[in-house]
Each structure stands twice: as structure tokens, then as C-alpha cells.
Design a protein around this ligand. Structure first.
Ligand code: NAD
Ligand code: 89V
Length: 343
């Protein structure tokens, strides 16, 4: 028997990656799955050979027999499902966006704390191989103390055919994608204290904003720009690559197209390719994201074994989520938002 028996709720578009990630871990077995949609339940259950299948999360928890739950549903159900897990004292992973509002997210963290269970947000972009490579350069001191940075994701990729709900929400790119970019900015430059943002909707077919430009003041003294767009038509489509630019006191770092990393310092210029691995079950161009799913899930299993809080815990994610809320508030009011006022 595997060291950890898991259950997964939500067998949709993205959960298939999570199921592959779990299957690759020798000490984890997914023993039960749940989806309201019987067809999705059948497809994922058959593909991964899971016999215990539920259309009701309540019934699955009541039957029990698992050590953690992986919540892979869309945002509207996250709070109720995390609170359900807390009620049964079952450690939980929740997909991003953590919750519809910061107030919900705080309540979810409080519920997990009260139950004494670990709670991790599946905030996987900081686990991408190229982003880990950037962090390693920063930590090495090769470019000195960073004072300016940019985290940029600009694309014209059709995300709506795979994830139709993205076209319908009043909030779109900051809540869905910018949340990852803001988390990367926190991962690289530390927590931020102030946010100024501007948003646009360019695509008339969708309800929310598809362009956002955000300016952050980090406690470390770094000023960063986080810019995201799904309305950017480039000659070569970079989806889903995040580009990073960092200026430091001793040099510079640039992560560009096709995962090319250039580090310039006092000793010269080093160029390398920090491409993600193409896992056997992955497919281009998603392989960057897919590998980060496998890595964050490995991190969860390791932290469960060590009894330590995961890096992207619910508590940690409140600080990323506050940046999302702040960006919408700033764009709406045309003001700079102080993050401490939200937390
Ligand atoms: P989806 O709509 O394809 O799948 C969600 C599934 O959950 C559906 O099959 C639905 O029937 C089921 N479901 C919803 N509420 C339920 C409930 N209460 N009980 C049981 N089943 C329920 O959505 P998706 O595209 O797979 O996205 C799921 C989540 O993953 C979203 O929060 C999305 O933002 C996130 N996501 C994350 C990444 C990433 O890189 N981290 C990438 C894509 C999507
Ligand atoms: O990673 C995500 O959260 C996805 C996408 C890359 C399409 O924005 O929703």
C-alpha cells in the first residue's frame, strides 16, 4: 500500500495532469475520485484505474479511507470543499484561484488552522523549471542585489476552447493567470507592500479583462512590473512561457523565448537553455506547466512526510491573493493600494 492514499475532487480539463503527477509518485495512490459529472468521472476513473467513484463529495468524505484530498474543481466550489475537508480533518490541496474573494480565502485558512490540517494551494508556476533556474541565479548572488524586475506573460493563445469558463467571468486574466505571475514576483522579489494596476478588455467576445499592467513595491526594495495579456498577437506564439527581466547591482538576468536564460555579471555573460522536461504524459506547449504540476505534488508529499507547511500553503497564498484583489481595486479606483490594508 502507498504511504499516502489520496482522493481527488473535480475530474475536468486540468485534473488529468494532476492524476498523471500522482501516478508518477511511488508513495502516493489516488484511491477515490469525485465529480458531479458522471461522464468525467467515467473517463478519468477508467484512464487511471480508480474504482471508488463518487458524484457527491459529502458521500466520499463520509466513506473516508484517504489521507488527503486534492480539490481540482473551479473556484466557486473551493471554499465549501476545503471546509468539508476541514470538517473531516483531512489535509487538503486546493487549485488556484484559491477562492472567489480574499474574505473566503481567509475563512478557508482559518478553517484549516482550526482543524489542524495542512492546506496547500496548487500554485504551480513557481515550480516551473525555468522559474526555479531564475531563482537559483538570484540566490547565487551572480547579479548582486536585485533592484528592478519584470514578470511578463503576453500571448494570443486560445485558452477559451479548453477552459470555456474563462470567457464568462467578470474577472479574467488577473484572477486566472496574473495570480501565477504575481506569485512568481513574490517568489523572486519577496512580499509586496503596494500595488498600482491598469486593465483593459481587448477581446469583445469575453466578459472580463484580458490585459493587465501592474506595478509593485516589494519590501526588499525591488520595484517590479507584472504584465499579462491574452490579446497579444506575436509572430511566434510563446504560450505558456513567462519571461523575466531582472536588473541587479552587479549585473542582469533575462529569461526569454524558448527558455533562453542570459546572465550577465562582472565575470562575463552566460547563456543557457532552461527548458522544462517533456514528461512521458505531457504535450507541448503545456509541458512547462505539466512538469510544474508533478513538482508541486512531489513537494506536497514530501512536506506531509516531514510534517512541515508547504511553500504555497493557504496562509502563504493569502499574500498572493491580496495582490490580485489589490490589482482589481487599483484599476477600478485609479489609486495605489496598500497591501497591509487588505490582509
Ligand atoms: P473544468 O470545468 O474542466 O473541471 C472542473 C470539474 O469539477 C468539472 O468536471 C465539474 O463537474 C467538477 N465539479 C465542480 N464542482 C464540483 C463539486 N462541488 N463536486 C464535484 N465535482 C465538481 O475546470 P478546469 O479547467 O479543470 O479547472 C479546474 C481548476 O484548475 C480551476 O480552478 C482552474 O483555475 C485551475 N487550473 C489551474 C491550472 C494551473 O496551472 N494551476 C491550469 C488550468 C486550470
Ligand atoms: O495555468 C492556468 O491557470 C491556466 C492558463 C494557463 C490557461 O491560464 O488557466
Amino acid at each position: 500500500m502507498a504511504a499516502y492514499r489520496g482522493a481527488l475532487i473535480g475530474c475536468g480539463f486540468f485534473a488529468v495532469n494532476q492524476m498523471h503527477g500522482w501516478r508518477d509518485l511511488s508513495n502516493v495512490e489516488i484511491v477515490a475520485i469525485c465529480d458531479r459529472d458522471s461522464e468525467r468521472l467515467r473517463i478519468v476513473g477508467d484512464q487511471f484505474g480508480v474504482e471508488r467513484r463518487y458524484q457527491s463529495a459529502e458521500k466520499m468524505f463520509a466513506d473516508g479511507g484517504f489521507d488527503f484530498v486534492d480539490i481540482a474543481t473551479t473556484v466557486g466550489s473551493h471554499r465549501a470543499l476545503v471546509e468539508l475537508a476541514a470538517g473531516y480533518k483531512v489535509p487538503a490541496i486546493c487549485q488556484k484561484p484559491f477562492a472567489p474573494t480574499l474574505a473566503d480565502a481567509k475563512a478557508m485558512v482559518a478553517a484549516a488552522d482550526a482543524a489542524g490540517i495542512p492546506l496547500m494551494v496548487h500554485e504551480n508556476f513557481r515550480w516551473q523549471t525555468p522559474i526555479l533556474a531564475v531563482k537559483a541565479v538570484l540566490d547565487s548572488g551572480a547579479i548582486g542585489e536585485p533592484f528592478w524586475g519584470r514578470v511578463s506573460f503576453r500571448s494570443g493563445f486560445d485558452v477559451f476552447s479548453g477552459q470555456p469558463y474563462l470567457a464568462k467571468g467578470k474577472r479574467f486574466i488577473i484572477e486566472d493567470l496574473g495570480i501565477h505571475s504575481l506569485d512568481i514576483a513574490r517568489f523572486l522579489f519577496g512580499d509586496a507592500s503596494r500595488m498600482t494596476a491598469r486593465t483593459r478588455r481587448v477581446n469583445p467576445e469575453i466578459a472580463g479583462e484580458d490585459v493587465a499592467t501592474m506595478l509593485l513595491d516589494h519590501d526588499s526594495g525591488v520595484t517590479s512590473i507584472v504584465d499579462v495579456s491574452y490579446a497579444t498577437k506575436l509572430p511566434e506564439e510563446p504560450f505558456p512561457e513567462t519571461f523575466v527581466e531582472i536588473d541587479g547591482t552587479r549585473g542582469t538576468l533575462r529569461l526569454g523565448k524558448d527558455y533562453k536564460l542570459t546572465v550577465h555579471g562582472p565575470d562575463g555573460t552566460l547563456q543557457s537553455v532552461v527548458a522544462p522536461n517533456l514528461l512521458p504524459w505531457a504535450s507541448r506547449p503545456w509541458h512547462n506547466i505539466q512538469e510544474s504540476v508533478a513538482l508541486i505534488q512531489k513537494h506536497w508529499a514530501e512536506r506531509l512526510a516531514e510534517g512541515r507547511e508547504p511553500d504555497t500553503s493557504g496562509r502563504d497564498n493569502l499574500k498572493t491573493f491580496a495582490l490580485v484583489e489589490a490589482a482589481y481595486l487599483s484599476a477600478e479606483r485609479g489609486e495605489t493600494i496598500v497591501i497591509a490594508d487588505l490582509l
